[in-house]
Write a protein that binds this ligand. Structure first.
Ligand SMILES: Cc1cc2nc3c(=O)[nH]c(=O)nc-3n(C[C@H](O)[C@H](O)[C@H](O)COP(=O)(O)OP(=O)(O)OC[C@H]3O[C@@H](n4cnc5c(N)ncnc54)[C@H](O)[C@@H]3O)c2cc1C
Length: 653
């Protein structure tokens, strides 16, 4: 390796950064400035400058890499090992308990038996790590040299996403959803939460902080149904979401902030990524779970994985981890222990609070946690499934009364290939708080022309339906259709809907386990203290400022794991910095106030009028009355300052 850098050695030998890069710089601690000591980009300086290929300080040609779990976190680990670590693909082996890759990003079934997607796919343009990866993965339908990102852009640049029916109630009537409906006190509570330090929020819940008026607002309905937050979830995570998606606040009501893939997540992302990795020689061992690891812990706290214990088709086997080898594990999973149902059968739940956390991902994490506290506290996330579960249903629809009703809620004809409902439609008077969405169709590459695939989910699992007097997890697919048809005012056509709709349901006990209240130390670091050859990735590891329940954060952790374990001369920039952009801050302030002027807006407009920066103030000029009010406030402020000066002058005499 020395030979590679021989023309740079004088500089490198004197550098304090070379082979000593902070792989995960924290924008929340970064005081940005230029000066002689600064040579690296700012912590959240995303962009092409970060597309450099790190020069290796050693070769990994003789290292083997075992990646446990083939969800997006595992698959992107392999991608970054190959791209930035220059690891030969043949040195990488996946060990996956399931019969298929992709983990939580599924997309199975067919038109006859019914399709099944456990999740929808809301996405954001600022998934910096995710797009960094997918701009290198060959496209699914465009020819060489186009990438998955290229085809994603082709679609989304030419077909915007928005909703015309975000909220409905009263048997299918579209509500006015133009306003967030936050009173001044609740707006202030949000601002105060943004100002709080993360350390102040350990173990607090949303309920602990917000008022009843906040929880009655449209804002909370939009927020919790779009992101699947419940009021008993982590206040810290709520705060991180506010920072991470600050730029989306003015597109929260009509979902115009979102972008969506063409097909389901498996066909759009997992399949091309998997094919790319296999073309590079990566090995994938399916139907094999990892039970435990033998970790040698030295007196100084150094931790080295020596072997991993696997079970394949009921047979135990051990993989010895050599001195040059590495292990990367996805700890925990939001979709383990999923239970499935169909039109006539409710999902049979396999676990309860007493028996939760025993499936492969959780068990392996628990076994690690038993070895050292640096591996965190898995039980905080998997121990209360009543608070972490919900259920979704995938409807495979032939033309029916339901499809006719759907057309009225859609921004384009459902069969046009364009945006349909533009994200979820929430039924606000549903006891279950049920939502449904029709994404662009077809949602599967092989889907017949007369079929639509619809996704339904609900947040409250313990309440009886308004029409079907059962809790959702006790319901068959036909019960769910009955509840949906009731809320759409077409229950008299239920037979027609059932006859033309295949339903497949999925009850997911840990679907929001990542949102459970947490404190420092509950989630381990990506490379836990003392570990030399072990990295942890996915949704249950610590990042500086990123959120959970996104594909993006799983890719981020994979990238951090690769750069840290291989000690690459490259950093993973912190989350996209919209929270520090004055334009987004002003826009968000105005959005929270439902487009009304914010305090000081009139003054700001006056100062900015006619200047280069005039355009950064969002929306139209405030009306005359508002302006008068502002002028009045300014005059009072001036009087107050004059009075203060007067008092100060007297005191100083
Ligand atoms: C219903 C739903 C809706 C979602 N909506 C969105 C959305 O709109 N936008 C968005 O960005 N994200 C969304 N997500 C989140 C996103 O899909 C996940 O964050 C991401 O897929 C998690 O990937 P992962 O690789 O970290 O974990 P997983 O996908 O859970 O993968 C973990 C894998 O590891 C395997 N594994 C674990 N332990 C072991 C072991 N011991 N031995 C062998 N194998 C093991 C598991 O079988 C699994 O395949 C959604 C997810 C769901 C389920």
């Amino acid at each position: 390796m020395k030979d590679t850098t021989k023309h740079f050695d004088k500089v490198l030998n004197a550098s304090k950064f070379y082979n000593n890069v902070d792989h995960q710089p924290d924008a929340n601690k970064d005081v940005i400035h230029n000066g002689p000591e600064r040579s690296m980009p700012y912590a959240n300086q995303n962009g092409n400058y970060q597309r450099n290929r790190p020069v290796l300080n050693k070769s990994f040609d003789n290292s083997k890499f075992y990646i446990i779990g083939s969800g997006i976190a595992g698959l992107s680990t392999a991608y970054y090992l190959i791209r930035d670590g220059q690891v030969p693909g043949k040195n990488i082996t996946f060990i996956e308990q399931l019969h298929i890759e992709g983990g939580s990003m599924d997309g199975s079934g067919n038109a006859e038996d019914g399709y099944l997607i456990r999740g929808g796919r809301e996405m954001d343009m600022t998934y910096e790590n995710f797009w960094d990866l997918f701009q290198d993965i060959p496209a699914v339908e465009l020819p060489h040299p186009y990438s998955v990102l290229d085809e994603y852009r082709l679609l989304n640049d030419n077909d915007s996403n928005y909703s015309k029916s975000r909220l409905i109630s009263n048997k299918g009537v579209v509500e006015d959803f133009s306003k967030l409906g936050l009173n001044k006190k609740d707006q202030l509570a949000l601002v105060k939460l943004l100002l709080k330090n993360k350390e102040e929020l350990d173990d607090l819940t949303i309920d602990d902080y917000f008022s009843d008026t906040f929880k009655a607002s449209n804002f909370w309905t939009f927020w919790r149904t779009m992101f699947a937050f419940e009021q008993w979830h982590s206040l810290l995570e709520f705060k991180l979401y506010m920072h991470r998606f600050l730029h989306d606040l003015d597109g929260l009501n009509d979902l115009s902030a979102l972008v969506f893939p063409k097909y389901n997540q498996f066909d759009t992302f997992i399949k091309p990524l998997r094919n790319f990795l296999v073309s590079k020689g990566v090995q994938i061992q399916l139907n094999t779970l990892v039970d435990d690891m033998n970790i040698e812990i030295a007196a100084d706290g150094t931790k080295v994985v020596k072997s991993i214990e696997t079970v394949q088709d009921g047979k135990d086997a051990q993989i010895v981890i050599g001195a040059e080898d590495y292990v990367i594990v996805t700890t925990g999973s939001m979709t383990e222990d999923s239970a499935y149902g169909n039109n006539t059968e409710a999902p049979i739940q396999k676990i309860d609070n007493a028996t939760s956390g025993n499936s492969a991902g959780w068990k392996l994490w628990k076994n690690l946690a038993a070895k050292s506290e640096v591996f965190g506290r898995p039980e905080k996330f998997c121990g209360d499934i009543e608070k972490s579960s919900w259920m979704s249903a995938t409807l495979t629809c032939k033309p029916s009364a339901f499809v006719e009703k759907l057309k009225g809620y859609s921004v384009n004809d459902p069969y046009s290939g364009k945006t349909v409902t533009g994200g979820i439609i929430t039924i606000t008077d549903s006891n279950w708080l049920m939502s449904f969405t029709c994404n662009r169709q077809p949602h599967y590459p092989t889907q017949p022309d007369d079929i639509l695939v619809i996704w339904v989910y609900a947040l409250f699992m313990d309440k009886d339906g308004n029409y079907v007097k059962k809790a959702m997890p006790e319901c068959t697919g036909n019960d769910i259709l009955a509840e949906l048809c009731y809320h759409l005012g077409i229950e008299d056509q239920l037979d027609n809907v059932i006859e033309n709709t295949k339903v497949r349901t999925a009850f997911m006990p840990y679907i929001t386990s990542m949102f459970m209240p947490r404190a420092k130390g509950d989630r381990p670091a990506v490379v836990p203290e003392g570990c030399t050859n072990l990295g942890l990735v996915g949704q249950f590891v610590e990042t500086n400022n990123d959120v959970v329940f996104t594909m993006e954060s799983s890719v981020r952790t994979a990238r951090v794991a690769v750069y840290s374990l291989l000690n690459l001369n490259k950093q993973v920039p912190d989350v996209y910095p919209s929270q520090y952009d004055i334009r987004h801050l002003l826009k968000a302030t105005k959005a929270l106030n439902d487009g009304e002027s914010f305090v000081g807006e009139g003054l700001l407009r006056k100062i900015m009028k006619g200047t280069y920066y005039e355009h950064i103030i969002p929306g139209n000029a405030i009306d005359e009355n508002e302006e008068k009010k502002e002028t009045f406030i300014q005059e009072q402020m001036h009087k107050f300052h004059d009075w203060m000066d007067h008092v100060r002058g007297k005191l100083n005499k």
